[in-house]
Design a binder for this molecule. Structure first.
Ligand code: SF4
Length: 390
């Protein structure tokens, strides 16, 4: 393989060997080292799209470990089936994967594809669909339709950046690398080469400790030759994290079913069911604030008891803490402001509802407590401190 850098028209970075040689060594390595994944070898654009969306913010091990991919495909085997699904059912199937905006965008895109009558096979058409960014569009176009489009996600950015020795922030590096490495895809199957880079980034070219001696690109790799692996990609400035404090009510009916409220479709945990409540103002007394929130949002007066469960969750740019209080009510709740609907749900109903991850955690904690009134004979209309006793 030649080691003389090949000049490129893309800024000052250049390929450190011929595109043909790079593609050939990568393909050879991939044929021996490719990961065995359920979506590998598929040509169905819908299944490929689903796998890419699931993997955007969820680890491969999580997607595989709980069978999310195969269970979702069983429930919605075609893009038409997904288009016909009701959003709450879809969100319930997505439950546990988090980042529900992905599922909502998939639903919207599936409807458009079903209307068009065929799965789009060009970058322009794919990019026009909801949720199809440059990476997802390139992954589907290349893997399903063999279009020579480089799929540049975080892993590919690191691998290619190190290969060419590009020390630039993501916004600058991504378009530059996309054009720089595009010629590689002309020297092999785009589906194979893009997936090879995905696997290289997920295995040998790890962020902290790359296994360069085993890498098919060890000879031409500029970062390896110059010892720049730790500097590429450059560390991102930490973004300021916001703390979110929520309060929620544990309110049950006479059958022990728990009250849930459905969040608006847009925004955090959009369209999912949760224990009703809301954000705590910085000055508010927790119980009084919860009573106010339920009065305003559900039109019920509640008597708020002790805190019975608390969970924390790290979100993108935010740290969320939710404290749930036992509560009793003297009225019938209805969704007034900030919720799309309310319902009481028994244990058997929970599996089919799209629940936010914090709600799942809270319910799991409540399961182990003695606050459940299922064995008690009070109704939620009868304000009773007994319901709220932890
Ligand atoms: S030689 Fe090392 S740094 Fe370069 S692409 Fe391979 S694993 Fe990554």
């Amino acid at each position: 393989m030649p080691t003389t850098p090949m000049r490129s028209s893309s800024g000052s970075a250049s390929l450190p060997a011929s595109a043909e040689a790079l593609a050939s060594s990568l393909a050879l390595w991939y044929r021996a080292a490719a990961r065995s994944l359920p979506w590998r070898g598929l040509k169905d654009p819908y299944a490929i799209w689903l796998s890419e969306v699931m993997l955007q913010q969820t680890q491969v091990a999580t997607v595989l470990g709980k069978g999310y991919f195969s269970r979702f495909l069983e429930a919605f085997p075609t893009v038409e089936a997904l288009a016909r699904a009701e959003l709450p059912e879809l969100l319930a199937r997505w439950s546990g994967l988090g980042y529900y905006a992905r599922a909502r965008a998939m639903h919207a895109a599936a409807k458009e594809i079903a209307l068009r009558g065929a799965f789009p096979d060009t970058m322009d058409e794919l990019r026009s669909l909801p949720g199809f960014g440059p990476y997802t569009a390139a992954a589907v176009a290349s893997i399903a339709f063999e279009r020579p489009e480089p799929a540049i996600d975080g892993n590919a950015l690191r691998v290619y950046g190190r290969l060419v020795g590009l020390r630039a922030a993501r916004a600058e590096a991504e378009p530059l690398l996309r054009e720089l490495v595009r010629p590689l895809l002309a020297h092999g199957k785009p589906s194979e080469l893009n997936q090879a880079v995905m696997d290289l980034g997920a295995s040998l070219c790890a962020p902290a400790t790359p296994s360069c001696p085993l890498c098919p690109w060890r000879e031409p790799c500029v970062a390896r030759r110059l010892g720049l692996q730790a500097e590429i990609p450059p560390a991102r400035k930490p973004t300021a994290r916001r703390r979110l404090s929520w309060v929620a009510a544990v309110l049950r009916d006479e059958r022990g079913r728990i009250l849930l409220a459905r969040r608006p479709e847009r925004g955090l945990f959009g369209g999912l069911w949760e224990l009703p409540g809301g954000e705590l103002s910085s000055t508010g007394d927790e119980r009084r604030e919860l009573a106010r929130l339920l009065r305003e949002r559900l039109g019920i007066r509640v008597r708020v008891g002790a805190a019975v469960a608390e969970v924390s969750q790290i979100l993108t740019h935010r740290d969320l803490r939710v404290v749930a209080h036992a509560a009793t009510s003297s009225g019938s709740p209805s969704a007034l402001t900030g919720y799309l609907g309310v319902r009481f749900a028994g244990r058997e109903d929970l599996a089919s509802l799209g629940l936010s991850s914090v709600t799942r955690k809270l319910l799991a904690k409540l399961d182990g407590r003695a606050d459940r009134p299922a064995r008690r004979t009070v109704t939620h209309q009868r304000a009773s401190a007994r319901l709220g006793a932890p």
